[in-house]
Ligand binder design. Sequence first.
Ligand code: GLN
Length: 486
Amino acid sequence: MAEELCRLSLSEVSSLLARRRVSPVELTEAYLHRIAARDGDLNAYITVDEAGALAQAREAEARLARGEGGPLTGAPLALKDLLATHGLRTTCASRILENFVPPYDATVCARLRREGAVFLGKVNMDEFAMGSSTEHSAFGPTRNPWNRECIPGGSSGGSAAAVAADLCAAALGSDTGGSIRQPASHCGVVGLKPTYGRVSRFGLVAYASSLDQIGPLTKTVRDAALLLNAIAGHDPRDSTSLLAPAPDYLAALGRDLAGLKVGVPREYFGEGVDPDVEAAVKAALNTLAGLGADLVEVSLPHTAYAVAVYYVVAMAEASSNLARYDGVKYGFRGPAGNLREMYAQTRTRGFGEEVRRRIMLGTYTLSAGYYDAYYRKASQVRTLIRRDFEAAFQRCAVLAAPVAPTPAFRLEEKLDDPLTMYLSDIFTISVNLAGIPGISVPCGFSAAGLPIGLQILGPPLGEPQIFTVAHAFEQATDHHRRRPEF
Ligand code: GLN
């Protein structure tokens, strides 16, 4: 019974809770039990907050008993460990924040708390969200529930693995260059990166501020809409937060695709794309056509520059954002006899290798004399990438493409080769550079039985049409129903 409860989608859980067929405490206990029994094999959680979760569950129970509460009251969720949680340690998977306990909640956490959601704990990630495999974590790698020899994707690998393995009803992650969509694709779950500014970044530990967005990782498209409903909307505490009111995203589900134009970007197919991925995505395009959508070929001619532009912009912003970890204000402080030495010791011992690499490269590209050649040039090409999408969306409502060029790779396969690792983001990073929304929805499996995702992109604030297409596709297929034997 308890195991069965954990298998349910967020929407199913929500409906059982509302009808008082299951109590929040019973549900939370079922998840805590499953985490204690099974997470040793995956390492999805960095911190499990048993006492906090049960206290939230009891509160939710009281609310539901009074006939109050909303769709998320009593729903057990996992949070990527870069979202500040009041009183609960937030490590960013880094030694430097190992014992950091925030005195406040990120806006998304505060909103979910207000809704009565239950936080089971904080989940694993690449340190400071820098990576594509969740191997760059000071707390060890997370494993893929479909094949434990493989990575779950990254950087929100803990979120994706926890959802896929039924260790939470749904999770939040963050996406700077693909970190929600790519792990969602590799773990066979749904992951949405909203439009830049749609969800408040207040209390999200910053990686690259012009690219970061928080979003849901869930078992179904409906669940993603449900969770986005709770977290989207203006926040005066984030100056990049959009003023436009957030619609009811659930209203976008169940619409017809007849005559809807779906663009297929030429540059996202062909060389470098694994044949299983290409076949699954092409079959998905046929399914969309069968549902009445009109497929149109489009071109995003500046795609070839996306990886280079992204890694200049992201590293520059990261080097600036991470300057605050100096041993004075937060967490870890290296042993030293004087101030200079303290900075050096703190940052050398506190940060992992990938984070140090990025700080050095970012500092270099921002330094006097190089700024024009790198950061300014990258920003100019970024505008061209954004215009490619603007032109494409003149002709179609959404774009459909692969999420990642290959299914999940093996642990350690790319760990010593940062460039190859960076190339696994090739189909996701342009979306962040352009600030547009994108979703990954399960669309098939490789010959080795690993999940493959279909990416659906929309124009700014195009989440409703993304949900329409993703939901219609999901309802017409059953890839999302297949579960890992975990
Ligand atoms: N893999 C990309 C990077 O390492 C994207 C990470 C992310 O989206 N947070 O920067």
